[in-house]
Design a protein around this ligand. Structure first.
Ligand code: SAM
Ligand code: SF4
Length: 451
């Protein structure tokens, strides 16, 4: 059997396997984490704790066909300005409930397109955040930037507010691919924005690119990666394009007969991976690359790499509060998700209530399984000693969990006294191997591909 066909037999190209940015994954949240619990969990944050904040801006001027993110199109600024008003009200409500002295280790603005906000709105929002949650020493403030939707005054406002990491969306530079996925963006424009960011002293730059796009070939992805390398990003996310037209209706604009085959997808990933590694990047987890001096590479080298709703992170704060429609918060007690629709979210906040509408209160079994999954996704390794020291599990129970995984993936993992390790040839199967620890996924076929 060739390596590819063996990988295929083990489930490699199943687009429905989750990316495990949380456990349980959002579709499996089973209760708890509504507005009352959210309020209680906020009250239980220790005084002077350092936490993280995610703020979601679900608007874009144009809706790229490939995109499966939660966002809505708008041609005018009025819904965006109204949304900022609601965010300010949500922040004020949070401020009234937060214990004293809490500071931020990470602040991330994502979307959608946060840079749709005009400069004065950026300033107002940032000031309102820092009035209740000042940045801690060494904190990181990052923002997702669509190079098509940013200009000098917005970057000035972000820099003045303290942004110190910018994340630009690239996807692919090839004109045919860009036309097919409904996202045109020249190399020249992208370079200009990267230069504008660095000229302002914002020295940490991330870029997102995709493999598995329609019409993508190894030649085309090589060319795009080489162009991206001329911008010298500190960190790259090389996401597998999730083609889920049943969930994201705009993807129906993309013809399915020009999609690469599963085997081609793997070749595309491996081609891009080689180029990044040749250029001196460290491979991080299943889909990131980072310069050795970048925080992600350091976290990986020191065993502190973690996974949260934004993907890989070097943030070790145990609490992440999500603001805005559909945002998910994580507490030691569980997850809590805000209402997904902007109008339901707005209605709750304008009525003076938190907008949490669903969630999941952790059991001790969730915590154990969540860490087993996270360890594989981050380190390709589960340390027996770490798990036995941190969780209430007997050596026999842990052995039987690890045995079941090793049996399901012969030749792809090793199991010894140290723990379970995914071998190099098994790494493309990491999400499938992690799924063996997912107790909510017993049907193994019900997943929607989460991006
Ligand atoms: C939430 S989007 C925001 C990016 C920003 N608005 C922009 O356009 O540059 C963040 C990233 O999600 C990734 N993404 C969106 N749709 C995807 C899909 N269907 N499959 C995989 N990744 C996707 C893209 O790489 C994108 O840059
Ligand atoms: S890729 Fe960015 S700009 Fe395009 S629809 Fe998605 S969030 Fe909006």
């Amino acid at each position: 059997m060739t390596q590819h066909s063996q990988l295929t037999r083990l489930g490699l190209f199943d687009a429905r396997v989750p990316r495990y940015t949380s456990y349980p994954t959002a579709p499996h949240f089973a209760g708890g984490g509504g507005a009352a619990e959210f309020t209680h969990w906020v009250h239980e944050i220790p005084e002077n704790a350092t936490i993280s904040l995610y703020l979601h801006v679900p608007f874009c001027r144009r809706l790229c066909w490939f995109c499966a993110c939660r966002t809505q199109g708008t041609t005018t600024l009025s819904p965006v300005v109204a949304y900022v008003e609601t965010l300010l009200a949500e922040l004020a409500l949070l401020g009234r409930n937060l214990p004293k002295g809490v500071t931020l280790s990470r602040l991330h603005w994502g979307g959608g397109t946060p840079t749709l906000l005009p400069p004065d709105q950026i300033t107002i929002l940032a000031e309102a955040i820092f009035a209740i949650l000042p940045l801690a020493e060494g904190a990181e403030f990052s923002v997702e930037i669509d190079p098509n939707e940013v200009d000098g005054p917005r970057l000035d406002a972000l820099k003045a507010a303290g942004m110190n990491r910018a994340s630009i969306g690239v996807q692919d530079f090839d004109p045919l691919i860009q036309e097919t996925i409904g996202r045109t963006q020249s190399y020249e424009l992208t370079k200009q924005v990267a230069d504008q960011i660095r000229d302002r002293g914002i020295l940490s730059l991330n870029a997102d690119i995709l493999y598995g796009l329609p019409h993508q070939t190894t030649e085309r992805i090589s060319e795009s990666v080489q162009k991206l390398l001329t911008l010298s990003p500190d960190r790259v996310a090389l996401y597998g394009y999730a083609h889920v037209p049943w969930m994201s209706r705009r993807q129906q604009m993309i013809p399915s007969d020009v999609m690469p085959t599963p085997e081609e997808r793997l070749n595309l990933f491996e081609t891009a991976e080689k180029l990044f590694v040749w250029d001196g990047y460290r491979a991080i987890g299943i889909d990131h690359f980072a310069r050795p001096t970048d925080g992600l590479a350091i976290a990986q080298a020191t065993g502190h790499l973690r996974r949260n709703f934004q993907g890989y992170t070097d943030d070790t704060a145990p609490i992440l509060i999500g603001l805005g429609a559909s945002s998910i918060s994580r507490f030691p007690q569980g997850f809590s998700q805000n209402a997904s629709g902007t109008s339901d979210y707005t209605k709750a906040i304008r009525a003076g209530k938190f907008a949490s509408h669903r969630g999941h209160a952790f059991t001790s079994e969730d915590r154990l399984r969540g860490r087993l999954i996270e360890a594989l996704m981050c380190d390709f390794h589960i340390s027996r000693a770490e798990i036995l020291a941190s969780f209430d599990v007997t050596p026999d129970r842990l052995q039987s969990l690890l045995d079941a995984t090793a049996r399901a993936f012969p030749g792809m993992v090793t199991l010894d006294d140290q723990g379970l390790t995914i071998l190099t040839q098994g790494r493309p199967l990491t999400r499938m191997i992690a799924r063996t620890f997912d107790a909510y996924d017993q049907t193994k076929a019900q997943h929607s591909a989460a991006i």
